[in-house]
Design a protein around this ligand. Structure first.
Ligand code: AP5
Ligand code: ZN
Length: 214
């Protein structure tokens, strides 16, 4: 099962992608996580990506397309994968389709987690990420057992650099301009499925399972 997660920044793509990966036993591939890991390790890719990410801009297509096309051809992707944060532009979607077609393959589902802009800004201010393992929480909607401490690895939680309110607004604008056209793209391809992302995390997941099959 090859799945793409679509949705505005903070819509809950990462939250749902992790649950999908666990239930269907397929890898969760997040381009945002890959970039953040590279930034943390001080790699050349990380340094390049950081200048764009901190401004709320997309990283150029050429820095992301090959990385994903290589990743989905690794052994653990044989039974499928869930892509989170890619594609984000029409050229990225076209490049993915072309690469998969060359392998006799295709995307099965594009799931749009639909959340209006008003809800997004409120959510992002409450998001906290673990400095150790990258796990994501929310002060109100997905709290940790001990305040400020990761449930998974015990390390400290921080506000992501790009979750400051002014950067969130910029990311939303970029989403509407560059990523929202993918809704049309996958509607035309006949694989778009929309779920309401404003309801409780477990209810969003139940709607996704209904689409993918138990
Ligand atoms: P990326 O990490 O992909 O950021 P994003 O798309 O902006 O998405 P987020 O991670 O912010 O949100 P999410 O939808 O995963 O929400 P989450 O589940 O965390 O990318 C970061 C940057 O990297 C980009 O800006 C760009 O610069 C670069 N980049 C990455 N991929 C790229 C690409 N392909 N091309 C070019 N550049 C690229 O949830 C958000 C919060 O809400 C959490 O706190 C969560 O606990 C909470 N929450 C989730 N669901 C619910 C719910 N149903 N109810 C209440 N709270 C909820
Ligand atoms: Zn952790």
């Amino acid at each position: 099962m090859k799945i793409i997660m679509l949705g505005a920044p903070g819509a809950g793509k990462g939250t749902q992608a992790k649950k999908i990966a666990a239930k269907y036993d397929i890898p969760h591939i997040s381009t945002g996580d890959i970039f953040r890991a590279n930034i943390k390790n001080g790699t050349e890719l990380g340094n390049k990506a950081k200048t764009y990410m901190d401004q709320g801009l997309l990283v150029p297509d050429e820095l992301v397309v090959d990385l994903v096309v290589d990743r989905v051809q690794q052994d653990d992707c044989k039974n499928g994968y869930v892509l989170d944060g890619f594609p984000r532009t029409i050229p990225q979607a076209e490049a993915l389709d072309k690469a998969l077609a060359a392998l006799g393959d295709k995307v099965d589902y594009a799931i749009d987690v639909n959340v209006p802009d008003e809800n997004i800004v409120n959510r992002m201010g409450g998001r906290r990420a673990c400095v150790g393992c990258g796990a994501t929480y929310h002060l109100v909607y997905a709290p940790t057992k001990t305040e400020g401490i990761c449930d998974v690895c015990g390390k400290e939680l921080i506000l992501r650099d790009d979750d400051k309110p002014e950067t969130v607004q910029k990311r939303l604008n970029v989403y509407h301009e560059q990523t929202q056209p993918l809704i049309d793209y996958y509607t035309k391809a006949g694989i778009l499925k929309t779920v309401d992302g404003t309801v409780d995390i477990n209810d969003v997941f139940a709607a996704i399972v209904e689409i993918l099959g138990a």
